[in-house]
Design a protein around this ligand. Sequence first.
Ligand SMILES: *[C@@H]1O[C@H](CO)[C@@H](O)[C@H](O)[C@H]1NC(C)=O
Ligand SMILES: *[C@@H]1O[C@H](CO)[C@@H](O)[C@H](O)[C@H]1NC(C)=O
Ligand SMILES: *[C@@H]1O[C@H](CO)[C@@H](O)[C@H](O)[C@H]1NC(C)=O
Length: 351
Amino acid sequence: APLLTASPARALMDEQISISGRFLPPHQPVTVCARMHSEDGDLWESFSHYNTNANGCVNLSTDPSVGGSYVGCEPMGLFWGLQPAPGGRDGVSTEAPYVVHISLLEDHVSPSETLKDNGQSGELAASTVERFYMAPGVKRVEIRQNGVVGTLFLPPGPGPFPAMLDLWGMGGGLYEYRSALFASRGFASLSLAFLGHKDLPGPLNRINVGDKYFKVKGMQSELDAAICISFHSMTMSHFCVKHIHILIDHQFYISGTDNISCPLMYIVGEDDVNCSSDQNANQIEEALSAVGKAQLFTRLSYPGAGHLIEPPYSPNVRTSLWWGGHPALHAAAQEDAWKKMLDFMDTNLRG
Ligand SMILES: *[C@@H]1O[C@H](CO)[C@@H](O)[C@H](O)[C@H]1NC(C)=O
Ligand SMILES: *[C@@H]1O[C@H](CO)[C@@H](O)[C@H](O)[C@H]1NC(C)=O
Ligand SMILES: *[C@@H]1O[C@H](CO)[C@@H](O)[C@H](O)[C@H]1NC(C)=O
């Protein structure tokens, strides 16, 4: 009987899953389809068309897709290509695993339409994978203390751990999943809200926390490393941090480019329609060069990538629809940037 394998069956969000089908008729068209329910219960779906080889096998790690949610060889395309089925909303769960149902269907079909038309799925084989941001043993601690609004993620084990502060941009709110994944990779990570959260001083659309807010107790030592993703100076100009929007670092407090004395990684999506982070990167690089600190600056610049450069293999529909970028190039950028960010932090925070 046809067999569909997806392994590992349980994996962190940033791990590759290898999917293959066997015991199929040779040289036959098949569709591989992924479905999951978001935190809100909405259905997300992706699918792709393949042709089995002479041995009746299909291997998503090496074979090209000829149609569907993506084309070409994209081993993780079913995951980053997930899109809400019509009417579905966007939702990201930090704690619950994403349960993705993968099925192998006869012929080159569009799965939701096939289901709608004849109520039959033509499913030849199926498999399920669980993907999660929080590795087993990672602790999640909500912080509402002395006006601080955030969530701390601690890796398993006794520590001590290198620490980082994870900040999102001017969209506001409290996003936890990236911090959870960093903790899964061994970093104590604090997601800190500074705008657009009901527990912060209002109004919701203005930063009203004051400079001292970022001097989190216990995190006042020198900055060891900083990573900026798609930073746009203008949006932050009224903010305590005049020149740098640090998304990820050990401590959040820099008031001018001259003061930077730590390695700085700067990530640019070249197809970012929402800010010109490349220009800003140029400015910072020039300013650092002028004071003889060019060696502190690392730029990662990705053609075809949009604004929201997130952990890899997450559904990138949010990005490609609203923030620029080509889906496959954006997914490739996320994969590369994530590895380099982890290496950068390993080098600078564990040394
Ligand atoms: C699919 O291809 C990958 C990469 O070449 C390989 O590691 C894996 O074993 C293949 N899977 C199967 C079932 O042959
Ligand atoms: C940053 O450097 C400027 C001089 O270049 C200095 O006036 C300022 O106090 C410094 N700020 C911090 C936070 O060290
Ligand atoms: C980003 O810019 C595009 C094009 O100007 C705009 O349509 C979109 O709404 C913007 N997205 C966000 C989230 O601001």
